[in-house]
Design a binder for this molecule. Structure first.
Ligand code: ASP
Length: 451
């Protein structure tokens, strides 16, 4: 059995829904379909989820919401008309959209989530009706009925592990089960969403719950590329990645899949494949627990901006027991997480994401380092990017760092810092952001030479 999840761009129009129907029909193993809200039809368009946010804002500000309701209803109506659906489903959808404006505003922690979730919820109703009308028996199942019980954290729900046993019962349906993504229901019965883009998480949870043989995540790209296509022209697409490789690449800017979506499938030992709704015969990228064959040492190169370095030096730092802990304590007290800590004998650099700093926090860090920890020098350096080369097979190859360092030095790119974990799944370089694109190009040429 397979769980298939379709993202917003795959569900944005009647034409896209026709492709979805063909994909589900093409394989009887595709028993569970998790759907996003309708996405953008073109770059100028608005996602239904974003339109719902506007609707929510106007509602809580007690403004007139008729135009918001009409725009959203019309998005579904246009698809329904083009697909020739019977009017019943649209009556239900229109009512559900209007009913949002009857929910209590006061003391309602889950009001925003209830608005947001309506995008996927109504799309699932429409898609189940469309399937049924076109020779594919289907049933719409709300997350409450499906047993997707989550913690009561608005906008950041987490699955409650006991849900999985209930979700497994979905295997009992004879029809194709259509489930709205992006939200679950708390033990108290409130609608609570995952973080943005969270339909991927629902797909992963359902795949783990029903013990699927495969979780197919349909997007609008032919899988994952070995480098960003905006920087490298026609990069190779990756046919197979391990969960660990995917996690490393996602950390540094690969955003095809929601970060949290890997966990349920990984724990359930369910392989995952990323495929293209617009090109379904392309094999896509498979994410597996272990590589099925010997891979090249580097499978992908990623980079991310917006890092700063807190650079600290103190004579005899290495002999001062507890020094590192005290530095991290300063950050913890200011609620700042760290990303990497490359060290020397008498110096250390703490790499953090710039968005965590405020001018006040910055001043406080430097004040405490100088006065409490009595360092010789402390400064905050900005405009850093991290650059990562990723591949499980690096372990068994000598010279990967040498190749990377040579490629960078040949292009005159200075490596500010370098770090490799003992698992050897990735090597991380810190470079100046201005040199990021040139660095990716240099590494790509070195590790993915044209034959
Ligand atoms: N519709 C939601 C969002 O835009 C969730 C999703 O598409 O996965 O964030």
């Amino acid at each position: 059995m397979k769980v298939v999840k379709f993202g917003g761009s795959s569900l944005a129009s009647a034409q896209q829904l026709e492709k979805v129907l063909d994909i589900v029909k093409a394989d009887p193993e595709r028993k569970f379909v998790v759907v996003s809200a309708p996405g953008k039809r073109d770059s100028q368009d608005t996602k239904v989820t974003d339109a719902l946010i506007q609707y929510y804002k106007h509602y809580v500000a007690e403004k007139n919401v008729t135009a918001d309701q009409e725009w959203i209803i019309e998005r579904y109506q246009a698809m329904s008309d083009e697909l020739g659906l019977k009017p019943k489903v649209m009556t239900k959808i229109a009512q559900a959209i209007k009913d949002l404006a009857k929910l209590p505003i006061q003391d309602n922690l889950f009001l925003y989530d209830s608005f947001l979730a309506a995008g996927e919820d109504n799309n699932a109703k429409l898609i189940a009706a469309y399937f049924n009308q076109n020779g594919l028996p289907a049933v719409y199942v709300h997350p409450k009925e499906a047993g997707i019980t989550v913690t009561p954290e608005p906008g950041n729900a987490q699955i409650i592990p006991s849900s999985y046993d209930r979700i497994e019962k979905l295997r009992g349906y004879d029809e194709v089960v259509v489930i709205p993504g992006f939200f679950g229901v708390t033990a108290e019965g409130d609608i609570c969403t995952f973080s943005r883009g969270g339909s991927d998480i629902t797909g992963s949870i359902v795949a783990a719950g029903v013990k699927a043989d495969l979780y197919e995540n349909f997007t609008d790209v032919d899988g994952i590329f070995s480098a960003h296509p905006g920087i490298i022209k026609n990069p190779q697409s990756i046919s197979e990645l391990t969960y660990r490789e995917m996690r490393e690449l996602a950390y540094a800017g690969f955003t095809v899949l929601h970060d949290e979506a890997l966990i349920p499938a990984y724990r359930g030992r369910i392989p995952l494949v990323i495929k293209n709704t617009n090109n379904p015969s392309h094999p896509g990228t498979k994410i597996v627990l272990k590589h099925s064959r010997n891979q090249q040492p580097v499978v992908g190169i990623s980079a991310d901006d917006g890092f700063v370095s807190i650079t600290i030096s103190k004579y005899l730092m290495n002999r001062e027991i507890g020094f590192g802990r005290k530095v991290l304590q300063i950050l913890e007290d200011l609620n700042i997480g760290f990303e990497h800590i490359p060290t020397g004998i008498d110096d250390m650099s703490v790499i953090i994401r710039e968005r965590q700093l405020t001018p006040i926090k910055e001043e406080e860090i430097l004040r405490q380092l100088t006065h409490k920890l009595e360092v010789d020098h402390a400064e905050i350096e900005r405009d850093f990017s991290i650059l990562m080369i990723v591949g499980e097979n690096m372990k068994s190859h000598i010279g990967v760092t040498a190749t990377a360092a040579k490629a960078l030095s040949d292009k005159g790119i200075n490596i500010e810092m370098i770090s490799q974990g003992s698992s050897e799944v990735s090597i991380l370089f810190v470079i100046k952001t201005a040199q990021k694109n040139a660095a990716i190009q240099a590494l790509y040429e070195a590790f993915f030479p044209k034959n």
